[in-house]
Design a protein around this ligand. Sequence first.
Ligand SMILES: *[C@@H]1O[C@H](CO)[C@@H](O)[C@H](O)[C@H]1NC(C)=O
Length: 318
Amino acid sequence: MHFLTNVAVALTAAASTYAAPMEKRAAAVDELVGYAAGTTGGGSGAGTTVTTCAALAAAAKVGGVIKIDGLLDGCDIIQVKTGNTSILGVGANSGLTNGGFQIRKVDNVIIRNLVLKVAPKGKDLIDIDASTRVWVDHCDFASVGITGDKDTYDGLLDAKHGSDSLTFSWNKFHDHWKASLVGHSDSNGAQDTGKLHVTYHHNLFENVNSRLPSIRFGSAHVYSSCYNKGPTSGIHSRMGAVVFAEENSFTDTKLAIVTNLDSEEDGFASEKNNLYVNSESRITQTKSLTVPYKYTVDAAAGVCDIVRKSAGPGVVTF
Ligand SMILES: *[C@@H]1O[C@H](CO)[C@@H](O)[C@H](O)[C@H]1NC(C)=O
């Protein structure tokens, strides 16, 4: 064991020019895991590279592989209405400011490596509506902080109207009121029951007020994520939703996991090996969730170091 550790240290030192802390990570950073398994997006071709909002909007109509090169400002909401599409950021600082995406009534979409900062007023940065197999990975979502009116902007990454087979991995969600709403209404059970299966893993939630995520009716597996400074609520299960939360690190997070808040019916939650620092959960009913896929957790004690280093754009580059 000592021999192997020393080899790893030597390789790290040779490969980097600065003294980064050793990251003891078990999970792969460039791999689709979870309920969206099998999502292929636009496939592996070179695709189209866009550098303007007009070119992006036009490419999104056609679909396929679309690469955004640069930080495009003021694109409004880009409609993704063609399935089998990947939208990928080039390098570490490509994406949208004052814009967002609506993925509506499509199947098989990948969004990776984008900076998404400040949605148009009242809108989401990414809105997944009536869509299946969507993987959102290594993005950075933010607005202006927990300040001003909480409804000035809507969610960072929301899913609704019977969307299903979703994985949200290695993202940074920060400085905003409402992170991620899955299932938008207590009265939408007819469409959402049996759908809204979502995996969240290796995400950072920092300085976000609530919905980390909030889920109604569906099933959420939330593992190896880092929560810091959540002043109102964290993982929020409601209307009979089933949540399994494991190996998450909660610091200064009020109601880290909660099942009886703001809805007509409680949700269910089960938990394993979560770490609480100045944080606590309120679980009123438990139900186990057995996921149909293989996955690798990282232990709660190390996940904040891991996601600070390896979540967000610029880690997996295109
Ligand atoms: C997506 O790809 C599948 C498999 O090749 C194909 O059957 C389907 O028609 C495609 N959908 C779109 C919208 O291009």
